[in-house]
Design a protein around this ligand. Structure first.
Ligand SMILES: Cc1cc2nc3c(=O)[nH]c(=O)nc-3n(C[C@H](O)[C@H](O)[C@H](O)COP(=O)(O)O)c2cc1C
Length: 199
C-alpha cells in the first residue's frame, strides 16, 4: 500500500485533482498497489500542541493517519505552493510523525496555479526529513498552471508532465522495493539513543 497525502488544507483544491490523476496513473502502472489517501483538508488535524495534552496521543484525528503512514511502503506527497511555502497543515503533519515514514521513499509532487512549485520541493527536501527519516527520491514533479475546482485546466497542466509522472511513480516503486532491506536492517540494529531524533 502507498499513502497519498493531499497537502492542501482547503476543500476543492487543485491538489486534490492532481491526486486523483496520480491515483489513476498508478492504477495503470502498478495495478497491484493500493493507494490510501490522506486528505489534509478533510482530516482536520489540530495544530500540534493546540489541545490540552500535547503530542500525537492527544488527537483522535492523528490515529488513522498514523496507521496509514505506518502501513505504507511509500508516500506520494501532493503539495501546493502557498506564499512560496508548503501549507501549514503539511508542516503540522510532520510534527506529529514519529517513525511512521522512517526509511521509506517519498515522491514530492508540487502544485502551482502559475509558474511556481519549486519552493515546496526545496522546503520539503531541506527541512522535513531529519526526524521523520523520510527518503525523498531524487526526482520530483511540478504541475504548473493548475486551477482549483477546474478539472479541464488542471488536466491540461497534468498532460504537460504526464511522462514525468509515470517515470516518477515507476521509480518510487523501485525505491519502495529497495528500501525494504534498509528498514529490516534498521529494525535489527535500531537507532542509537543519541540519534533518536535524527542527526
Ligand atoms: C494562500 C495561498 C497562497 C498562494 N501562494 C502561491 C505562491 O506563492 N506561488 C504559487 O505558484 N501559487 C500560489 N498560490 C496558488 C496555488 O498554487 C493554487 O491555489 C493552486 O490551485 C494550488 O493550491 P491548491 O491545491 O490549494 O488549490 C497560492 C494559493 C493560496 C490559497
Amino acid at each position: 500500500m502507498w499513502a497519498l497525502m493531499i497537502g492542501s488544507q482547503r476543500a476543492g483544491s487543485a491538489s486534490s485533482l492532481v491526486a486523483q490523476q496520480l491515483t489513476r496513473r498508478l492504477q495503470t502502472i502498478a495495478p497491484a498497489v493500493r493507494v490510501d489517501a490522506i486528505d489534509l483538508a478533510a482530516a482536520r488535524l489540530p495544530f500540534w500542541g493546540e489541545s490540552s495534552e500535547e503530542g500525537a496521543g492527544s488527537s483522535p484525528a492523528w490515529a488513522p493517519i498514523s496507521r496509514t503512514l505506518a502501513a505504507a511502503e511509500a508516500l506520494v506527497a501532493v503539495v501546493p505552493e502557498w506564499h512560496g511555502m508548503v501549507p501549514a497543515a503539511v508542516k503540522n503533519l510532520f510534527l506529529y510523525l514519529s517513525d511512521e515514514l522512517a526509511h521509506k521513499p517519498g515522491l514530492i509532487v508540487a502544485v502551482s496555479a502559475t509558474h511556481g512549485g519549486a519552493y515546496p520541493v526545496a522546503e520539503l527536501r531541506l527541512s522535513s526529513y531529519k526526524n521523520s527519516r523520510i527518503c525523498w527520491i531524487p526526482e520530483h514533479v511540478i504541475v504548473r498552471g493548475c486551477k482549483a475546482g477546474d478539472i479541464a485546466t488542471t488536466q491540461r497542466a497534468l498532460a504537460e508532465v504526464d511522462e514525468r509522472i509515470d517515470h516518477a511513480l515507476r521509480l518510487l516503486g523501485l525505491y519502495a522495493h529497495a528500501l525494504r532491506g534498509v528498514r529490516q536492517g534498521v529494525i535489527g540494529a535500531g537507532h542509537p539513543r543519541s540519534v533518536a531524533f535524527g542527526m
